[in-house]
Write a protein that binds this ligand. Structure first.
Ligand SMILES: Cc1cc2nc3c(=O)[nH]c(=O)nc-3n(C[C@H](O)[C@H](O)[C@H](O)COP(=O)(O)OP(=O)(O)OC[C@H]3O[C@@H](n4cnc5c(N)ncnc54)[C@H](O)[C@@H]3O)c2cc1C
Ligand code: SF4
Length: 510
């Protein structure tokens, strides 16, 4: 055999560069299911099922194309780890080399290289063409910059890729319409919402769902609502549906949250993008075309495109720039354990119950729920960033480490000391109250810092300001918060510290 071509679970594109120039007479594709990939973090069952089902569908498509595929399934014997299974496959096939597209995770890149080394099989890695900005390009852009700011990277990407541009200038005369994209809902809530399409499980998916139930019965999350696209065909339908029905109002209420509204106007395309069932270029082009056709306002098209062309590419660039150190980042030295209710949703805080509850049901929560509810709480409650990272990597269907870790460590927890954010994203219950209806159904009162009905977010927020007042006073982006803290009397500070201490004690017994 000339090439054994390894395709990982998040590399399911027919444009995968390792498939270019394949010779069916001498080359075979290898795909491996490994239980270790579901257990190295305690993965949500829907996340496991999504990967397995998408992989099985993709292997079928490759076979239909006439390619030879060695598929190692979970039910096949051998060790649990991907490395053990790969080593066994290398020993059996004895290829002249293993061909691989750049893996999306540092850990896997390292262990695949080690397995090849041990087996004496040369490893040939092809650059990942899925992304619009390679890791090398990103490193060149970042070189010499004191601070990495997504906004400047995004402008560069707009120019380079001619997206929403007119004669070298941004369409609409502005790069960013974020100010228009932060509205909460009026008292009556979101009203009638366009429901995202559901992709009913076919035979392959049903088999996978049963396997996951059997093999991972104690893992978190439900499979009851599993309806994610698992093939490129379905992912394209999901994209078309989003562009027609939800993109027009995507921007306006992007940050809003409401009880019983798990999806809002969000695209739900992250998992399909991260598995590479969709190409980011086609997603961006579809949104831009919808605006050019007059079907969606510029604020919505720009707001959505910024997420993909800006944030998604930027986050991946940061991941490869800062690994492996990012895994250990802990700017504030936080060491508390993750409260058990992150895995069950069993807490009296309604906002956390809603965000975690829908996460367990669907493997999904939107960005602000992740950043300003579960992430904000983890930061305010001094939870160890490594444990928070392991939770986010486990619990969302779209979770892949290159996307998850910089968002968790960098954006939500400020664990990397503000490498790409100008201040910690912390907020009291007042923010959650403004952006949602969660507080109306909560035992706590977002306005109260202390007392029996004090909102834990509010207490811990003021406690955080109290602890970090000096550092906040030195940063122009947080100086106002420091001034607010400076107005607290000694008695108020003592009461806040006491209340915060009580909360931190009790959250671990909930
Ligand atoms: C703590 C935390 C952890 C996160 N973990 C992940 C993760 O594991 N995988 C993941 O894909 N996203 C992650 N995100 C980013 C973001 O929350 C999700 O991409 C988004 O909620 C997915 O839902 P959607 O497809 O409906 O997104 P939409 O709101 O419709 O946005 C469109 C697309 O833009 C991209 N995008 C938007 N924001 C980001 C971002 N900050 N970073 C990277 N891509 C972005 C996604 O591909 C998304 O599908 C995380 C955010 C936070 C705060
Ligand atoms: S009162 Fe506090 S805990 Fe309750 S929903 Fe509002 S922010 Fe969350």
């Amino acid at each position: 055999m000339r090439n054994l071509i390894l395709i990982l679970g998040d590399q399911l594109s027919h444009d995968n560069p390792v498939l270019a120039g394949i010779d069916t007479a001498q080359d075979r594709v290898l795909m491996i299911e490994a239980a270790g990939e579901a257990t190295h973090v305690w993965s949500h069952r829907a996340r496991i099922a999504l990967f397995l089902s998408a992989m099985r569908h993709f292997a079928g498509e490759l076979r239909k194309r006439g390619l030879s595929v060695d598929y190692v399934s979970l039910e096949d014997g051998g060790g649990d780890s991907l490395t053990e299974r790969l080593s066994a496959a290398l020993a059996k096939a004895k290829p002249r080399r293993l061909l691989l597209c750049e893996p999306g995770e540092y850990r896997l890149a390292t262990c695949i290289a080690e397995a090849c080394d041990k087996a004496g099989v040369p490893l040939s890695i092809r650059p990942d063409t899925h992304f619009l900005c390679s890791s090398e390009d990103f490193a060149a852009w970042a070189k010499g910059r004191r601070e990495l700011r997504m906004e400047f990277f995004y402008r560069e990407m707009r120019r380079r890729n001619h997206v929403l541009m007119q004669d070298g200038k941004p369409e609409g005369g502005r790069w960013n319409f974020d100010a228009e994209n932060r509205a909460g809902f009026a008292k009556g809530g979101p009203g009638e919402l366009p429901q995202p399409p559901r992709f009913s499980p076919d035979d392959i998916t049903r088999e996978v769902l049963a396997l996951v139930e059997r093999r991972f019965p104690k893992h978190p999350g439900s499979l009851e609502h599993f309806a994610w696209p698992v093939t490129r065909k379905d992912a394209l339908l999901a994209l078309a549906d989003f562009i027609s029905h939800r993109l027009p109002r995507f921007g306006l209420h992007q940050d809003a949250m409401w009880s019983g509204m798990p999806f809002g106007w969000h695209s739900l395309l992250s998992a399909a993008l991260n598995l590479k069932l969709l190409d980011p270029r086609e997603v961006i082009a579809a949104a831009e075309q919808a605006w050019r056709d007059g079907a969606v306002p510029l604020e919505s098209a720009e707001g959505f495109i910024r997420q993909i062309l800006g944030w998604r590419e930027f986050i991946r660039g940061v991941y490869w720039l800062d690994m492996p150190g990012l895994l250990e980042a802990n700017h504030f030295g936080h060491e508390r354990p993750l409260p058990q209710f992150y895995w069950t949703g069993d807490t009296a805080m309604n906002c956390m119950r809603e965000a975690i509850g829908q996460t367990l049901s669907h493997g999904y929560a939107h960005h602000i729920q992740r950043l300003m509810v579960t992430g904000n709480f983890a930061l305010l409650a001094s939870i160890n960033p490594r444990l928070v990272h392991e939770w986010y990597l486990a619990i969302y269907v779209d979770a892949v480490e290159w996307a998850e870790l910089p968002n968790t460590a960098g954006m939500a927890l400020y664990a990397n000391g503000g490498r790409f954010t100008s201040k910690p994203y912390i907020a009291s219950g007042a923010y959650i109250n403004r952006m949602s209806n969660y507080c109306g159904n909560c035992r706590y009162d977002p306005k109260q810092k202390t007392g029996p009905r004090a909102c834990p977010f509010t207490t811990l927020y003021w406690n955080f300001l109290d602890r970090h007042e000096e550092a906040f006073a030195r940063n122009p982006r947080t100086v106002l918060m420091a001034r607010n803290a400076a107005r607290l009397s000694a008695a108020e500070r003592a009461a806040i510290r006491q209340a915060a201490g009580n909360i931190l004690e009790t959250i671990h017994s909930q």
